[in-house]
Design a protein around this ligand. Structure first.
Ligand code: ADP
Ligand code: MG
Length: 287
C-alpha cells in the first residue's frame, strides 16, 4: 500500500504529523509538493508525475490532498486539475476534489449550507460594496473576504463608521454572531466529530493564528450534528467547522474548512489528531 500527501506546504505541521502517523501505522507515504507536479496531455493519455522523484501519481493507492494555497487562482486551478485527473483515473482522493471547489470561497459554502437548511448568519455580498447596512438592518456586522483563511481580513464594522475594502477584495458581510467572547471549532472526520475546542478572544476574530486561546470542549450533540451536516453539505470527509452561538443560544455555522490545521486543537485534545485523520482517510478510501 502506498499513499501520497499532495500539498503546497510539505513542511507544515499538518503534513509532518500526518505523514509520521502513516509511517507509524506501517504505511508507505510520499509527500509530494504541487510545485513539482507535471501534467502531460497527449492523444488518449494524460499523465501526472512528480518531476523530482519521477513518481507517477496515478500509481498511488490513494491521495490525501491539500490543494489550497494563499489566494492564488492560478495555483488553485492547477492543483484542482491534478486532483480531478487522479479521481477520474480511479485514484481515491481525500477530500473529494469537488469539496475544494466548494470550499475555495465562502459564498459557495453559505449557498450550499443554506440549501441544506443549515443555520448560517444572514449573509450579503456585492463587489465593491461599502454600504452593507442598507441591505442588512443591523448596527454591527462582520466583514470577511470571499476567499480567505486564518482570520485574514476579518473585521467588525459598525453602522456610520467608515471602513475600507482592500484592493481587489470581494466582501462578505454577515450578522455579528457571538454570545460570549468565544466560538467553537469542531474537527469532523467521516461524519464523526473527533475533537472540538472553544476559542476565546476579546477581538472580533477568534482564530488561533490571530491570538485566540484554545480550551478543551466537548460539544453538545446538537452542535456536533450541525458540524457533521455542514461537512456533508460541502462534500468534505475531513472538515474543520467553525460555529458561533448567539446570545439566544442559536448556533450558526461561520465556515467549513476543507483543509483544516490542528495545532491549536491538538494542544487541548486528548486524542492524537494526526492518527484520527489517517484512520479517517483509510476508512474514506476503503483500504
Ligand atoms: N458572522 C460572524 N459573527 C461573529 N464573528 C464572526 C463571524 N464570522 C466570522 N467571525 C469571526 O471571525 C473568525 C474568522 O472568520 P471565518 O469565517 O472563520 O474565516 P477564516 O477563514 O478567516 O477563519 C471566526 O472564527 C470568528 O471568530
Ligand atoms: Mg475560520
Amino acid at each position: 500500500m502506498s499513499f501520497c500527501i499532495l500539498t503546497h506546504k510539505p513542511k507544515s505541521h499538518f503534513v509532518v504529523n500526518v505523514s509520521n502517523s502513516f509511517r507509524k501505522k506501517g504505511y508507505a507515504v510520499s509527500v509530494v509538493d504541487f510545485k513539482n507536479v507535471a501534467v502531460k496531455i497527449e492523444k488518449n493519455n494524460i499523465s501526472v508525475f512528480d518531476k523530482k522523484s519521477g513518481k507517477d501519481l496515478l500509481k498511488f493507492d490513494a491521495v490525501l490532498a491539500r490543494p489550497m494555497e494563499a489566494i492564488d487562482l492560478m495555483l488553485f486551478a492547477f492543483s484542482i486539475n491534478v486532483l480531478f485527473i487522479l479521481k477520474e483515473s480511479k485514484v481515491p482522493v481525500v477530500n473529494d476534489p469537488i469539496s475544494y471547489v466548494y470550499g475555495s470561497n465562502k459564498l459557495t459554502e453559505y449557498i450550499l449550507l443554506t440549501r441544506m437548511n443549515l443555520s448560517i448568519p444572514t449573509t450579503f455580498s456585492a463587489i465593491n460594496e461599502v454600504n452593507p447596512f442598507i441591505y442588512i438592518n443591523q448596527d454591527r456586522l462582520i466583514l470577511k473576504p470571499i476567499c480567505g483563511s486564518r482570520g485574514f481580513g476579518v473585521m467588525e464594522i459598525k453602522r456610520r463608521e467608515k471602513f475600507h475594502l482592500s484592493k481587489n477584495e470581494v466582501p462578505i458581510f454577515q450578522n455579528f454572531v457571538r454570545g460570549g467572547n468565544f466560538d467553537i471549532r469542531l474537527l469532523v472526520v467521516n461524519k464523526n466529530v473527533v475533537s472540538s475546542m472553544i476559542r476565546f478572544s476579546t477581538s472580533s476574530r477568534t482564530n488561533i493564528s490571530t491570538g485566540g486561546k484554545p480550551m478543551k470542549y466537548e460539544a453538545p450533540e446538537e452542535i456536533k450534528k450541525l458540524a457533521i451536516d455542514a461537512s456533508v453539505a460541502i462534500h468534505s470527509s475531513i472538515a474543520g467547522v467553525d460555529v458561533a452561538i448567539d446570545k439566544d443560544g442559536t448556533p450558526y455555522i461561520l465556515e467549513v474548512n476543507t483543509q483544516p490545521d490542528f495545532i491549536g486543537l491538538q494542544s487541548v485534545s486528548d486524542i492524537n489528531i494526526a492518527d484520527a485523520i489517517v484512520d479517517g482517510f483509510l476508512e474514506a478510501v476503503k483500504l
